[in-house]
Design a protein around this ligand. Sequence first.
Ligand code: DOR
Ligand code: ZN
Length: 358
Amino acid sequence: MIKTATGAATRLVIRQPDDWHVHLRDGAMLSTVVNETARQFARAIVMPNLIPPVTTVAAAEAYRSRIQAALAPGLAFTPLMTAYLTDTIEPGEIERGFGSGVFTAAKLYPAHATTNAAQGVTDIERIYPVLEVMQRLGMPLLVHGEVVDHHVDVFDREAVFIERVLTKLLAAFPALRVVLEHITTEEAVAFVEAAGPNLGATITPHHLVINRNAMFEGGIRPHLYCLPVAKRERHRLALRRAATSGNPKFFLGTDSAPHAVGEKESDCGCAGIFNAPVALETYAAVFEEEGALERLEAFAAEHGPRFYGLPLNTGAIVLERTPRRAPSTMVVANTRIIPFQANATLAWTFRGRSIGGY
Ligand code: DOR
Ligand code: ZN
């Protein structure tokens, strides 16, 4: 870290990070968005909620090839593939996919919880045979932690999931490695902190920056709508404390989830925030604001691989404390996507991979 005479950091060289939760989409959208992730991150856990969802080893291999084909020439990036769990997925398919190195993890979407989750799991007990196999293999289970019960207030769905589903799941499979994805509440932070070492959590840039008021500031803001939805200020502050605490159970996962502008600005707008164009810069600003810049590297580049049992990256990236205007829009085929922080001035600028290495 290079500092000015007043002690403020001006340049950061950190181990190259990974993104432990991203939606890269497919087709024309994939070719536009994948390089936004690949220019910053060495690896990413790629979400399987395509249409149709990635439920087989063959589908994951084919999707991985499409991702690799969409990468800009010379950009080194490893997509880590995930299986989409359904009520009927065969334990043998999961075992074969993990054993052959195609599946790194499997994703649990409660049915109808979010975008393309219609084929998700209707009752956790239906996938107990799969979880048994995953526990034995040491294969991580990635969880979208929200109940879908319409009697439960949308802002309480994560906390109720923890109470009703996650507690039971962890008790039934004490050796299963579980990541509670994109946590949004004080309750999730406390639960993860109190649980054993097999439970980790990812934290997105947007949940560190916005609270639920941001969705209604001066009018409805569809580009700030995601699931789990942003919560009250006290929850955002709890997430900032967790992310910057140095606790290895918390790590970087952007949940970057692009949707075409027409899908967001609609009478029934999709959930998802496209933050890949500003991800590292946003995390750097949060860590600086919290007086924890020296802990950014561990959150972004060490806690995740250690949880997954993967090697740390050996390359490095450079961030500079130079203001940069975030892009206002991104053109995709015949439409556009509006990224997180569109047009805002970011305090940090991502300068790319460090030539001199780490
Ligand atoms: O906001 C979200 N968008 N949350 C999810 O869980 C899915 C994602 C998407 O795929 O658009
Ligand atoms: Zn997601």
